[in-house]
Structure formats: C-alpha cells, structure tokens
Design a protein around this ligand. Sequence first.
Ligand code: ATP
Ligand code: MG
Length: 443
Amino acid sequence: MRLSNYFLPILKENPKEAEITSHRLMLRAGMIRQQAAGIYSWLPLGKKVLDKVCNIIREEQNRAGALEIWMPTIQPADLWRESGRYNDYGKEILRVQDRQGRDMLYGPTNEEIVTDIFRCYVRSYRELPLNLYHIQWKFRDEIRPRFGVMRSREFLMKDAYSFDLDHEGARASYNRMFVAYLRTFTRMGLKAIPMRADTGPIGGDLSHEFIILADKGESDVFCDRKYLEIPVPGPNVDFSDDSAMANIVRQWTMPYAATEEMHDENGIWAEIRQDNRFATRGIEVGHIFHFGTKYSVPMGAAVMGPDGKEYPVFMGSYGIGPSRLVAAVIEASHDEYGIVWPKGIAPFDIGIINMKPGDTHCDSFSQMCYEQLQSAGFDCLFDDCQEQVGSKFATMDLIGLPLQVIIGPRGATAGEVEIKDRKSSVRKMMSFKAAINHITGVI
Ligand code: ATP
Ligand code: MG
C-alpha cells in the first residue's frame, strides 16, 4: 500500500480527552474516531489490526472444535422474558421498539438466542458436545464508558457457547476453551493470566477471567510470578484428548492468581514467598464461565440421554473482547515514540520510507524495493509522500510496524537500504539482497 493512496489521519497533537496511553496512541495513529460517547468508527489502520485479532481468535476457536455462526445484533425481547433476564439486566440494555410496537433490544450478549437455536434443532446426546460462536458487535450502556475502545458502549465480542449432556462433559468443553484462550493471547504477543472469577449465585469453580498485566488496568490483581514461566501449548496440542486438556488447565490454575474480589490477602497470598508475590493492575480480555442449566431449564433446551430420558443441557459461555484487546496490546507494547506492534497483529509487516521523493534514483530504487518485498509476500506500507524526513520517521514510529526499510539517495545509488527494528531501534545498512534475507528471517 502506498501511503499516498492510504487514509491515515495522523494527529500531531496529543488529544486532550485521552486519559491512557492506548487511547491517545489509537487516536494519534488514526485508528479510531469517536462518534458518540463510547461509540467508535474504525479507520483503515485500526480495522486492519482488529481483523487480525479476530482472525487469530477465529483460528484458535476452530482448532478447539467450536463452529462459527452469526447471530443478529437486534434481538426480540420475548426471548429475554423467557430466560427472566429482560428486567434483571437493567439499564445496560439498549431497548428499542420496531414499527409494530414490538420490544426489541441491541444484544449485550447472546445466551438467549443461542439457546433458542439449540432447542429448535438438537434432540439427542449423540449430537453433543456442541460449541457455537460468533464475533459480533454488542451494545452495553455502560455508566462510565472510558479509555477509548477499552471500555466502550458498542464493542466487538467473540462469544462462544458450549452444550453438553452433563457436568463432566461441560468441564471438558470448558477446558478446551481455556486452552484455546492461552494460545490465542500468546499469538498476540500477550501474557494473559487466568484468574479465578466469582461465579455468583451459580457457584462452582468453573469461571476464569483472563487478565493482562498492565499498570493502567482497571482492576487490582495478585499473582505468583511462577505464571511468567509456564509454557503455553503449541499448535499441535490435541483438543480431543480430555485428560491432556485437564492437565494443562491444572498446570495453569495451580499457582495463585486472583482479582481483587477473589483475593485472599491473609490466607494463601501470605504464604507465597515474598519475592514471588506480584501485585499489580490488570485488564480483563476474556472471561469463561460454566453456568450449567441456568438458561436450558427456563427455555426448555433438553436432549435425550443414552437412557432415553430427557435432560436439560449443561452450558457455558466464553467471551473475548477483540476491540478491547487492540487497546490492551498497545498498553502492553509501546514506547515514548508510539506503538510497537507484536508481529502477529501488526497492520503491515514493513514500513518503507523513501526519504527523498522526487530524486530519480531514490524513487526508482524505493519503488523496486516495494515491489520486490510485496511479491516476496510481505505486506508493506510505502511512504512515498512529500514530507519532512523527521515527520516521516515520527509517523512510522508512531504506527509501530515491526520493521522499517529506509531509503536515501546515497543508499539508492549504492543499492543499499537501512533496516530499522522498531522494538530495539537497532539500525543496519545492508544491500537490498541482504535485507530481503534478513527480513525473511525476522518476520
Ligand atoms: P467488565 O468487567 O470489564 O465490564 P464483563 O465481565 O462485563 O467485563 P463479559 O460479559 O465477560 O465482560 O464479556 C466478555 C469480554 O468482552 C470481556 O472479557 C471484555 O474483553 C469484553 N468487554 C466487556 N465489556 C466491554 C466494554 N464495555 N468494552 C469493551 N470490551 C468489553
Ligand atoms: Mg461489564
């Protein structure tokens, strides 16, 4: 992509409304635009990152055996009356009426719709386990939308819903999602720690929030430093092996980790070695939850068991916030010059800077580099604009692509480019041929 053909509305000044780094950088890098309190448009650079985040989530959900569907954003209130949540959910629901006067709502979550789909089609335990997910916009009329897309009113969510015959099956489904989440966040360059979450009136120990450690997180979190060393399962992990899944979950839930609500200050925490105690702040990026028959009983979602009797299905729900994740990644990975994208979700692989557009050598050499890198399979943003060099460098650093290829008139004559690694700031001059090899090794 040529920058001259792109839409990248960079802000030179720090936007006043942004209280935290990720919000400031997303506005400055032209990724998002606020349209109303907590409601955002995603501009080309932001949309590209959001799509990459969604694709990683999708690949890992599919790998774990979940099936993608698409449920609507607008839902009939009657389903929520059946589950009993229409009144309970309160003011966070945006309620609307259609022209016939029917009550509708903009979905804050999808348990009712998915339970309705299930009860219409699934009759027998032989069709289980089943896990259906979608990646869809949600609306919650949050009291205090803030921090940009971190806590917005309209936001994207991946929500998966599992259906099993019994508690044991439900636990296996839960474990698969747990492992899928570990893989998902790692692929985005994040260290997410599963922390036991409150299960409220439902009880049980099957609820975890996945939390990224970050100074600007909204909640206080407490964990054992051992978490920083536990290995994350690779792509060949066998999701059909229930006991392998259970072992991974055991390993990842053994050391202490708790959010403020679940923290045991004077108990287990006090027994952990002082230098292993890690008290910081965190951002919740995912939440998995087993809720048994909470919806299947009132909504009549039951299947025939092996004994010929009918059983209400055991369900769980598994959420990830892709739009919040984009901000969370920036909180975890930036420096004083801007964003430092992890490779897996960078909007482009490489930024190419022509330092002197108008110079014949520089133009033709940069053009050649751009074409060759593109045909070698790298996604490049080629800055071919007439701008001050200093401002070109600042923009490239701000948008945080992993590698920069910098081309000046002298290098162009010698057939050389300068490669800059965004994260380490290390710069090296080399022939273009050497540069292609170097880039292939890094990206
Ligand atoms: P929170 O405690 O942060 O309000 P929640 O418990 O309400 O989150 P869930 O209902 O479990 O969240 O939703 C699943 C995921 O959706 C969360 O882990 C988070 O990543 C994302 N999410 C929830 N609310 C928002 C929001 N207002 N803005 C952006 N993402 C959100
Ligand atoms: Mg909430």
